[in-house]
Design a protein around this ligand. Structure first.
Ligand SMILES: *Cc1c(COP(=O)(O)O)cnc(C)c1O
Length: 417
């Protein structure tokens, strides 16, 4: 559903200035815990507070701009273990990919590569398609002399992340209809790209796009970066026949923030690695992923796959409903619930207030929440009235803080009519 992803993305962009301008109000998030045992920086247990950086209560979800997600303690432990040894990085990459393919039960002939994020997976995946294992091409890119040079994409699927395709030097060819696509295919066509969150917007849907790619024998990529849950998306698109699929590690999977995955055909994944760090004189050398992140991605997936997804969804809904019960006691406040079909496919709540009864705009409330202590980040709907929030990145107890602050702000602006 377009609404959900747009709601989050657009309104979030609008709130950036507000974040940048917000007052420094260090939170005592970790203050009650004992110190880390280290001296100097980090001694308090909250390095952000020591830097004077405001931590925020996140009602927006897994936004890269807010730090992605928070990692589980089990993951922290395994990443620390990974940091204690030296390894040959390409060997680690191949072994981690193999383990991920087993865990996800990927189709025969598929493996995975841990990258520094989904954006890096897009760039390396496409670079691999362009260069194969030709060393001269790998060094030469983004000069595509001698290589294919075009990627076909539906116009409605263009988005800021296609920059990572363009960095390889390709030209994006926009199409709208099936006929446009047939016309656009040529010997220059390197790949057909699909932006999973835009599925409902394009004329050609996710399953047909890959069939058409097969018909023309063109490799096909699906950027599904933010599209778990549901967890089955991790294998659905490979099973559908996509040659390459990208995911973020640091979103709902709750892996390291600077990790992601390229899932795909073994040959293409191997070429992607040749175009990526640790290999030098490559386009991907700037997208280094560390041994800690690679190992962390494997562990994060294991934890994610073993999680009780239904119970978690219920917990996220319960948190929203408990906030709803508090704030709807304020006259003029109503709430409704929805789940975006794709991207941030988790319970959301929309909060609407009657301007006759509450004399403050959603935008002003969002600002007041940001300025409150602790600071709370919540979206304002551009296309929908009111405020929008989800609860899946809230830490224990934060739902109560959010409810209390909302009630306070709304009551302060109550007209009393
Ligand atoms: C977040 C996102 C990306 C980038 O993912 P990273 O893991 O942050 O590199 C790419 N495409 C879409 C649609 C996204 O939501």
């Amino acid at each position: 559903m377009r609404l959900g992803s747009k709601w989050n993305r657009r309104s979030f962009l609008g709130s950036l200035g507000v974040i940048a301008g917000s007052v420094l109000a260090p939170r005592k998030l970790f203050a009650s815990k004992s110190a880390t045992g280290s001296s100097g920086f980090g001694k308090s247990g909250n390095p952000y507070e020591e830097l004077g950086v405001t931590t925020v209560i996140n009602c927006q979800g897994t936004m890269t701009m807010l730090g992605g997600s928070v990692i589980r303690p089990e993951l922290e432990a395994v990443m620390a273990q990974a940091g204690r040894h030296f390894v040959r990085m390409p060997e680690l990459e191949v072994a981690a990919g193999k383990r991920i393919a087993e865990m996800l039960k990927l189709p025969e002939g598929y493996t995975a590569l841990v990258t520094s994020g989904a954006a890096a997976a897009m760039q390396s995946g496409l670079a691999g398609i362009l260069t194969g294992d030709n060393e001269a091409f790998i060094r030469q890119i983004p000069d595509l002399t001698g290589m294919k040079s075009e990627v076909i994409i539906q116009k409605s699927h263009r988005n800021p992340f296609d920059h990572q395709l363009r960095t390889t030097g390709v030209k994006l060819i926009d199409v709208e209809t099936r006929d446009d696509l047939r016309q656009a295919i040529s010997p220059r066509t390197a790949m057909m790209h699909f932006s999973n969150f835009a599925n409902s917007q394009g004329q050609i849907k996710v399953d047909e796009w890959v069939k058409l790619a097969k018909e023309y024998k063109v490799p096909c990529m699906n950027d599904a970066a933010a599209d778990t849950p549901p967890v089955s998306h991790l294998w659905d698109y490979a099973n559908m026949g996509y040659d390459l699929v990208t995911f973020s590690g640091g979103k709902a999977i709750r892996g390291p923030q600077c990790a992601g995955m390229l899932i795909g055909r073994k040959d293409l994944v191997a070429y992607a690695l040749l175009n990526n760090s640790p290999h030098e004189d490559t386009i991907g050398r700037s997208q280094k992923v560390g041994k800690e992140e690679i190992v962390g991605m494997v562990k994060a997936l294991e934890l994610y796959l073993n999680e009780g997804h239904e119970a978690l969804t219920k917990e996220w809904q319960d948190r929203l409903e408990s906030i709803s019960r508090q704030i709807t006691k304020v006259p003029g406040v109503t709430t409704s619930f929805f789940v975006p079909e794709i991207a941030n496919h988790v319970p959301h709540m929309r909060i609407i207030f009657d301007p006759a009864k509450i004399s403050v705009t959603p935008k002003e409330v969002s600002q007041l929440l940001k300025d409150s202590k602790p600071s709370i980040v919540m979206s304002v709907g551009e296309e929908q009235p009111g405020l929008g929030m989800n609860s899946f990145m809230l830490q224990p107890g934060e739902d109560k803080i959010v409810a209390n602050q909302l009630v306070r702000i709304l009551r302060e602006h109550s007209t009393g009519t």
